[in-house]
Design a protein. Structure first.
Length: 408
């Protein structure tokens, strides 16, 4: 035994290295999308702990070339050059040698190495160079370069430390790649599910809400008056062009007002508000959306009319409780609203004339403080045993009108 008691405390150098690794891991956790910022932390740590005068991280730019993405220790002009210009992966560059070797490579003195021919950058005076590839599952995804103004090879411990930092850089690059892939997939999913439902699918409460829940919603149904006869007489290409433009304009209003599209079939579109995202005063928001739809539709309708297509927009709105959740079968699932509130909105839409927005009695009671309407009386609607009172919107009250009345 020795006179000195063993200790669990790391050496000073090891402690500094451990702190550097911890800082990188914290940066990865706190800023997963900030690739440039995290890599800058990596090169700072490498340059400091390996006693280099300059350090850079490079990523592939095109076949046979890499470009700097993070650098430290250079003049502003030198750093700008490093970041704006490509380095060829040849035997005449330290990066090319490191990538070819698949491991750390050093040049002891660039002044006496005739095979080092990289003269593409300004003469800076670096003498000793080291390059280390950044790999992921055996594939090179980047490289690290460290330089010294003096002639002094990096020690084996320094080389090993750079390998460790290269592994950290690989984690950063792979995390960003995965996160960007997930984001692209989420955006692609949103194209099919709608932004509100795609956000729900990836939320912590997804399974609970998808399994089914009950909530008050405002259901909105819209379709085109005269579409059936138009589709029978028009060319298929004309029908598709009309449908696409109609969906595009209505979709913009749906997104702007936070509604959820349940489905569309030809010219018919069923949507609802207050699920999965809660919306305060959702009946009022639905009325504002209906006015927005009319405003967006008017110039489109005029253009179609000049082409000989007489198509009007009808909208039905109802308010009530419904069950919402996942329906369908494996491989073809959807998020749907089930309840009479959806059926009522569709029936009200069917009686709406061109340019009309028809509300149920319950919906009108919730919006009469901000809108004006005329009663249609009690109507016999298919699927409802009792007559249903309905109202046609005629405008927004001046005190709450964001835009001019569209129905004057």
């Amino acid at each position: 035994m020795t006179d000195t008691e063993p200790t669990d405390q790391p050496s000073s150098a090891a402690s500094v290295q451990l702190d550097a690794v911890r800082e990188i891991l914290r940066a990865i956790s706190d800023s997963p999308f900030d690739q440039e910022g995290v890599l800058r932390i990596v090169v700072n740590a490498m340059c400091k702990l390996c006693h280099a005068d300059q350090a850079s991280i490079f990523l592939p730019s095109r076949d046979g070339f890499m470009r700097g993405v993070a650098t430290v220790g250079m003049t502003p002009e030198g750093a700008a050059y490093e970041l704006d210009n490509e380095t060829p992966l040849t035997q005449g560059t330290i990066l090319g040698r490191a990538v070819a070797a698949g491991d750390a490579v050093q040049i002891e003195d660039t002044a006496s190495d005739p095979t080092y021919t990289w003269g593409g950058r300004p003469v800076i005076g670096f003498r000793t160079l080291m390059g280390v590839p950044i790999t992921k599952e055996g594939r090179v995804i980047g490289a690290v370069g460290l330089n010294r103004m003096r002639v002094e090879l990096f020690t084996e411990s320094e080389v090993e430390l750079v390998r460790t930092f290269a592994d950290q850089a690989a984690i950063v690059l792979d995390n960003v790649r995965l996160l960007r892939t997930i984001e692209r997939q989420r955006e692609e999913v949103a194209r099919y599910l709608g932004s509100t439902v795609s956000a729900l699918v990836s939320s912590p409460d997804a399974e609970k809400l998808l399994a089914g829940h009950r909530r008050e919603v405002t259901a909105v149904y819209c379709d085109l008056r005269g579409f059936t006869s138009f589709a029978e007489s028009a060319e298929p290409e004309e029908v598709m062009a009309v449908i696409r433009e109609y969906h595009r304009e209505m979709g913009a209003a749906i997104v702007a007002h936070g509604a959820t599209l349940e489905h569309f079939a030809g010219d018919g579109m069923m949507l609802y508000l207050n699920d999965p995202n809660p919306i305060a005063d959702h009946p009022i928001e639905a009325v504002r959306m209906a006015f927005d739809m009319r405003e967006r539709y008017q110039p489109v309708c005029e253009r179609w009319r000049r082409d000989g297509f007489d198509l009007g927009l009808g909208i039905g709105i109802s308010v009530g409780y419904a069950t919402l959740g996942r329906v369908g079968f494996e491989g073809h699932l959807a998020y749907a609203v089930v309840g009479s509130v959806a059926n009522l909105a569709a029936r009200l839409c069917s009686i709406a004339g061109s340019g009309e927005v028809v509300l149920s009695e319950r919906a009108w009671a919730r919006v009469e403080s901000v809108a004006t309407a005329r009663p249609l009386g009690e109507l016999d609607l298919k699927g409802f045993r009792r007559p249903v009172a309905a109202f046609v919107l005629t405008g927004l009250k001046a005190a709450t009108q964001a835009t001019r009345s569209l129905l004057e």
